[in-house]
Design a protein around this ligand. Structure first.
Ligand SMILES: O=C(O)CCC(=O)C(=O)O
Length: 284
């Protein structure tokens, strides 16, 4: 067999060859997962981990410039949870190519695949621009829409990219370490709250069960973050990626990005069409 890519395209998902290949597909290699084992261990133990300066200063500027444009004329939030002084934009895979490097960041994907020990996909990609005067958000978990008894196996991992430096003053994400392991539906009254301060270009990864909240912005500048949530490939995605990026648009994406948003066969039988990989739909 020439390669896993070829196999994915050419082999009927019911074939014995496909049965072997499909379940083993990952974005990261075993070596890459070994390299990030220190980060993965922190994520497992504390529920979060930060990789400082995971992208270059040039990339940060590129993202910043792009979102200056994309956010132009955007209405502020209209709910307490979303934030009345917050700008948010969704369906980012359809809107810009500037985030591809972040979405497919090698270390990030290796940590997530280690933590979930499974095939993964993008659940949602959005921007969160906290404007001056924004107040702190309520503590919440990102995996609340998967109705399982807690604590449960990890189902998703959120990533928050600091495009501006995140500080205690400008609304850096607030987290409750180890709360991903707790059964209660609310943070403990005496929970220790930490502020995820990090330099621009850094990324924080957290388990979907970790209690967290956007902080309050008490500065005169906005705080831009990009949040990409990844989940097990057999779960429903938060954002409907197939409507957000229909085949005619998905054709233009790199194959890894097509897969990340769900254009592949996961776990042998999930997502095929007419006995073949959806990647056939993306061929001219
Ligand atoms: O902006 C942040 O730091 C966190 C935002 C968040 O958790 C959310 O909007 O659900």
């Amino acid at each position: 067999m020439a390669s896993k890519e070829l196999a994915e395209v050419d082999i009927n998902p019911f074939s014995p060859e496909s049965q072997i290949i499909e379940k083993t597909k990952r974005f990261s290699t075993p070596e890459e997962r070994t390299t990030v084992s220190g980060y993965t261990e922190s994520l497992r133990r504390n529920g979060y981990v930060i990789i400082e300066r995971a992208i270059s200063g040039e990339k940060v500027k590129e993202v910043c410039d792009e979102f200056d444009q994309l956010h132009k004329g955007l209405a502020k939030g209209s709910s307490e949870f979303g934030g009345f002084q917050t700008e948010r934009l969704y369906n980012l895979v359809a809107r810009t190519r500037v985030l591809d490097e972040l979405l497919l960041h090698k270390e990030v994907l290796a940590i997530i695949e280690s933590h979930l020990d499974d095939q993964i996909q993008l659940s949602i990609s959005s921007s969160v621009n906290l404007l001056p005067g924004e107040t702190a958000q309520a503590f919440h978990r990102d995996d609340g829409y998967y109705p399982l008894a807690r604590p449960h196996e990890p189902l998703s991992v959120n990533t928050m990219w600091a495009i501006d430096e995140f500080t205690a003053e400008n609304g850096a994400t607030l987290i409750i370490p180890k709360s991903h392991l707790q059964a209660d539906d609310h943070p403990a009254a005496d929970a220790t709250i930490e502020t995820a301060a990090m330099p621009a270009g850094s990324v924080m990864l957290w388990d979907g069960s970790l209690f967290h909240a956007g902080g309050s912005n008490r500065t005169e500048q906005a705080r831009l973050g990009i949040t990409n949530i990844y989940c097990r490939a057999w779960l429903r995605q938060q954002e409907n990626q197939f409507l957000g990026v229909p085949p005619v648009e998905a054709k233009a994406l790199t194959r890894p990005l097509q897969k990340l948003i769900g254009y592949w066969v996961a776990n042998n039988f999930l997502g095929y069409l007419n006995e073949s990989s959806p990647s056939l739909l993306l061929k001219d």
